[in-house]
Design a binder for this molecule. Structure first.
Ligand code: NOJ
Length: 559
């Protein structure tokens, strides 16, 4: 058992724009975040992951960085950031920063210089190519739609941008650029931070031949992931970064890695290889997608079981998992995998149990702990996210039906996660005294933190207990995972085992009342109910077969 503090931690993600506004400009800020640290302390989280607060023109809400060493004035000053860090540390909470170095903003001084001329000293900090037959160098599509290449008039070349055209990709093949990134990371670590969440870090090494992607549809532009996800030099770059920077600090790292498979993730996270501690994989987030994320399909419990088992099993003893079902890019978990109506509270607790009892480091995204839900704004004018707006424009230009497009946005749009945090039932949910940058979810009168903190039965207190349990029982952190009841249509059940002890977790994923049978070797054993969303924990009983589960019931027994 390789003990590490970051394995025993629970991480809380703050999306700064939407967390807490202290000055009435409608945008969350650092003093606002500092004022809510006691709330996070009560919840019991160990680490905060802060989405970008760096200087940025905000084409992609801060994931387009203009200056890696400056704070965006909307969020406050560097002194405000230092106060936030100091106050978090004073409460025993660590801080990890978002590291966005697959790309920068096109307004970053590096890009300004790089694009000025073909002989600029920083030309090679970005990826420039001449056109092919008067068009783009290849057919790759950008994640946010359209070609991944933008023509630049001044030098008559194209630059690569896997995301928006204001997010040019950095050229990691250039050792001088890599050194700049490592110096910047060192600068933040020396300021006292505790690690990094690394944005799309498995995209930083591209196939230098830049081949056309195979066509999967009629579109001119096609997904080229096979030429840049887990690319040719990725492990070399991450090992170098680890050697030059991370290994010198007691810090934690999590790499966001779209499309990554477990065998590759085991390489990224094997401690002896010195790359990152854990990755964010996306397989469970793709279960309700058909041809791309906007093509919304029903998800299936069996598939969730398969994906969960695959990741739990593959990394056990080899690397480490991150556990999440929410972040600033994903719709709200309770709306997507639970029931945000009648069973909102029960299903949110059930899903929390599902995540927090697996092997790995759990991540809570702001608002998840009070069961915040998706939002259905009536018009595209209510939305702010670049990905959503681009999708709408392209779909409408292609002749799509607006109602269907809005249905996809309601189910999958990133603004579902980005509506302001609901602190209380006062106007704008106590988030701001001004006009919020994105409208608040109208359900803030009933779904809010003040109500949740006051109610001992709330989702908030359930999360608090899950976190507490983790501190008490090594088996929750380190135990081996096994899936039970593969064919049960409504129940997902699993065990965790360590040193002869067993945890038995049973989760009813639907609103019915199915019968569930504990594994034969557990029937008749003394079991303590550690936590559940109906029954009183702490009770001991002999496990019997034929347990009738209530709607969205969650049970965790220690045998
Ligand atoms: C992943 C981030 O989580 C997302 O918000 C962003 O748009 C892209 N990477 C590009 O930085």
């Amino acid at each position: 058992m390789d003990r590490q503090w970051w394995k025993e931690s629970v991480v809380y993600q703050i999306y700064p724009r939407s967390f807490m506004d202290s000055d009435g400009d409608g945008i969350g800020d650092l003093p606002g975040m500092t004022s809510k640290l006691d709330y996070l302390k009560t919840l019991g989280v160990d680490v905060i992951w802060l989405s970008p607060v760096y200087d940025s023109p905000n084409d992609d809400n801060g994931y387009d960085i203009r200056d890696y060493r400056a704070i965006l004035p909307e969020f406050g000053t560097m002194a405000d950031w230092e106060t936030f860090l100091r106050e978090a540390h004073a409460r025993g909470i660590k801080l990890i920063m978002d590291l966005v170095v697959n790309h920068s903003s096109d307004e970053h001084a590096w890009f300004v210089e790089s694009s000025a001329s073909k002989i600029s000293a920083k030309r090679d900090y970005y990826i420039w190519k001449p056109g092919k037959d008067g068009a783009e160098p290849n057919n790759w599509v950008s994640v946010f739609g359209g070609s991944a290449w933008k023509h630049d008039e001044r030098t008559d070349e194209y630059f690569l941008h896997l995301f928006s055209r204001k997010q040019p990709d950095l050229n990691w093949n250039n050792p001088v650029l890599r050194k700049e990134v490592y110096d910047m990371m060192t600068w933040w670590l020396d300021k006292g931070i505790d690690g990094f969440r690394m944005d799309v870090i498995n995209y930083i090494s591209k196939d230098e031949a830049y081949p056309d992607a195979p066509s999967h549809s009629e579109s001119r532009f096609q997904w080229g992931g096979q030429y840049f996800a887990d690319g040719p030099r990725i492990h070399e770059f991450l090992q170098e970064m680890n050697r030059e920077v991370l290994s010198k600090y007691d810090c934690m790292t999590v790499g966001e890695m779209p499309g990554v498979q477990p065998e590759e993730a085991a390489l990224y996270t094997a401690p002896e290889r010195g790359e990152v501690n854990m990755v964010f994989q996306f397989e469970h987030m793709d279960l309700d997608s058909g041809n791309g994320k906007w093509d919304v399909r029903p998800w299936h419990l069996k598939a969730l079981k398969e994906v969960t088992y695959k990741w739990q099993h593959s990394l056990n003893g080899r690397g480490w998992n991150s556990l999440y079902m929410n972040n600033h890019d994903q719709p709200r978990m309770v709306s997507r995998f639970g029931d945000d109506g009648e069973y909102r509270v029960l299903s949110a607790k059930m899903l929390a149990t599902f995540l927090h009892m697996q092997q790995g480091t759990p991540y809570i995204y702001q608002g998840e702990e009070i069961g915040m839900t998706n939002v259905r704004f009536p018009s595209i004018a209510d939305y702010r996210d670049i990905e959503t707006l681009n999708y709408y424009r392209e779909a409408m230009e292609g002749g799509a039906d607006e109602a269907a497009v809005l249905r996809s946005i309601h189910a999958k749009g990133r603004d579902n996660a980005r509506t302001p945090f609901q602190w209380d039932d006062s106007p704008n949910g106590g988030f701001t005294t001004g006009a919020p940058w994105l409208a608040i979810n109208p359900n803030y009168g009933t779904v809010n933190a003040a109500e949740a903190v006051a109610d001992p039965d709330s989702i908030f207190h359930y999360y608090r207990k899950l976190i507490e349990l983790r501190k008490k029982h090594d088996i929750i952190v380190y135990g081996d995972f096994d899936m039970l009841d593969w064919d049960h249509p409504e129940v997902l059940a699993y065990t965790r085992s360590l040193d002869g002890r067993k945890l038995l977790i049973a989760l009813n994923f639907y609103g019915g009342e199915p019968e569930w049978n504990p594994p034969a070797d557990a029937v008749g054993s003394e079991a303590e109910l550690l936590i559940g969303n109906y029954r009183e924990p702490g009770t001991r009983s002999k496990l019997s077969s034929g347990i009738r589960l209530k709607p969205y019931e969650a049970l965790v027994y220690l045998l």
